[in-house]
Design a protein. Structure first.
Length: 246
């Protein structure tokens, strides 16, 4: 089985117009989408019913496409490149806890191989409280100076009331052994405004590890939502400029 769990830390650092930083522990799931049918459902490792303590919601992902989740990803890439991708697709996402689900960022590694970095990544961004979703197609290239796979593009969806729209995203990915490091920088007028990072370590996906994750960091989606509002209140208290939803 290729599906697994990841645990680690997420950090956010704001450089201007005010300084602000935080760090939280994080757990995420990584699914080989070809394995979903026997991983998720009644009498499977993960239920799909929202009333379950821990479950996986299929219908919240890539809402701009139709069909099975695996076909949604392949259709999304094909509609934007003219070529239908082949190979394995891995999804890095949050699980749903007691019917509550929110994942600010989901990553689909398209054409994933253990010994090579994927040619394409679909970065699915979700915002709150608006409930909007936008997917970016990334085609990372190797940056020797950073020793990472990188990609840059304009920001296209409002995410935070403390960030304007006229920014560029710079992504970086490092994947070695059983570790995954993801970086995202916001740039504006030649200056780095903000940096977010995830440093994750791979764990096996079993009933035992699911139980341990649920006990050690229960209701991760609830924690993510609470942290967003807590840190937003701190930014408001620091009088960080506010940019209304366009």
């Amino acid at each position: 089985m290729q599906s697994c769990l990841y645990e680690g830390r997420v950090t956010h650092t704001r450089h201007t117009p005010i300084e602000h930083q935080f760090e939280y522990r994080l757990t995420m799931a990584s699914f080989d989408l070809a394995e979903l049918d026997w991983l998720v459902g009644p009498r499977c490792l993960l239920p799909d019913h929202p009333s379950a303590a821990v479950s996986f919601p299929r219908d919240v992902h890539l809402r701009c496409e139709r069909g099975s989740l695996e076909n949604r990803v392949r259709d999304f890439v094909e509609h934007r490149t003219g070529e239908r991708p082949t190979g394995t697709i891995r999804l890095l996402t949050q699980l749903r806890y007691f019917g509550v689900y929110f994942s600010p960022l989901n990553l689909y590694l398209v054409g994933h191989q253990e010994d090579a970095f994927p040619r394409q990544i679909v970065a699915e961004v979700n915002n709150i409280p608006w409930g909007e979703q936008h997917a970016y197609l990334l085609t990372p290239t190797w940056d020797r100076s950073q020793q990472a796979w990188t990609y840059e593009h304009p920001k296209q969806m409002h995410v935070s009331p403390f960030m304007p729209m006229d920014q560029h995203y710079r992504w970086s990915f490092r994947h070695a052994d059983e570790r995954l490091v993801v970086g995202l920088e916001n740039w504006q007028d030649g200056r780095r405004i903000f940096h977010a990072g995830m440093a994750l370590k791979k764990k096996p996906l079993t009933t035992a590890t699911l139980r341990r994750f649920s006990w050690s960091m229960p209701a991760m989606s609830v924690k993510v939502i609470a942290a967003i509002y807590l840190e937003a209140s701190k930014l408001w208290w620091k009088r960080c400029p506010i940019f209304p939803h366009p």
